[in-house]
Design a protein around this ligand. Structure first.
Ligand SMILES: Cc1cc2nc3c(=O)[nH]c(=O)nc-3n(C[C@H](O)[C@H](O)[C@H](O)COP(=O)(O)O)c2cc1C
Length: 215
């Protein structure tokens, strides 16, 4: 039996998608799946943290209107036939992030055409519009099948989840661990339990692929 092969194309601005992917890949590799990873590298990324609230608001508006981010050319290794292609990245103002949209515009047809694709999303809370838009774009690129997404949200109650995100984006997170705010908002992003879920998702997909004959 040939080793199953998965391509992961990802962008991650604050490492949350990457952290979840690391565990997901660990799960896949434990099942004997060969994983190829392509990071999308924007030529002029947003600075992190944002220097001002005005800069953050500007980014929110730009990304709402689906601003593209020029990305570096993809590696040749991405082109080929895969058992699955994973398109991973954060939600930005209800949309896929600028680098992912640019990837789909420029390389989507060549990389995702005729492939089985799984969206992989990291977001604070709102992923459905992102997933719908991503699915539409993938279909336009000729993807054979777009499967249900793998989604990770920030598991903290509002309003702390939004306040925490804004503070993190401005590099102004409250440092004191025993402050009242940190009791409400232990930390930005995904939590430890979600690491285990990501790992489990990797195992699950690996097992599913190994059980399939052909693609
Ligand atoms: C400009 C910008 C816009 C965002 N818009 C949304 C949004 O509309 N919905 C949401 O749930 N999260 C939104 N987020 C939060 C990110 O999706 C979330 O923090 C994610 O975990 C980041 O993943 P990353 O570290 O891989 O970039 C936004 C973040 C940024 C920087």
């Amino acid at each position: 039996m040939h080793k199953k092969r998965v391509l992961i194309v990802f962008y991650s601005f604050t490492r949350q998608t990457k952290l979840m992917l690391n565990k997901f890949i660990e799960g896949l590799e434990c099942e004997g799946v060969e994983v190829t990873v392509q990071r999308l590298v924007p030529v002029s990324p947003y600075e992190f943290p944002f220097k001002s609230y005005a800069g953050l608001i500007k980014a929110t508006v730009e990304t709402f209107f689906q601003k593209r981010f020029e990305i570096e050319v993809l590696d040749e290794k991405c082109y080929g036939n895969w058992d699955r292609v994973i398109i991973a990245g954060p939600t930005w103002s209800y949309n896929p992030s600028g680098p992912v949209i640019e990837f789909l515009d420029r390389f989507g047809r060549d990389v995702c055409g005729d492939q089985h694709v799984i969206p992989f999303i990291s977001c604070r809370a709102y992923w459905r519009v992102h997933n719908w838009g991503l699915g539409r774009r993938l279909k336009r690129c000729g993807a054979a099948v777009v499967e249900d997404p793998i989604v990770f949200t920030h598991l903290i109650h509002e309003p702390w989840r939004t306040i925490g995100l804004i503070l993190q984006m401005r590099g102004k997170m409250v440092r004191k661990e025993n402050s009242w705010f940190r009791k409400k908002y232990p930390g930005y992003g995904h939590n430890r339990e979600q690491n285990n879920i990501a790992l489990e998702e990797g195992h699950k997909l690996g097992k599913k692929l190994n059980a399939q004959v052909g693609r």
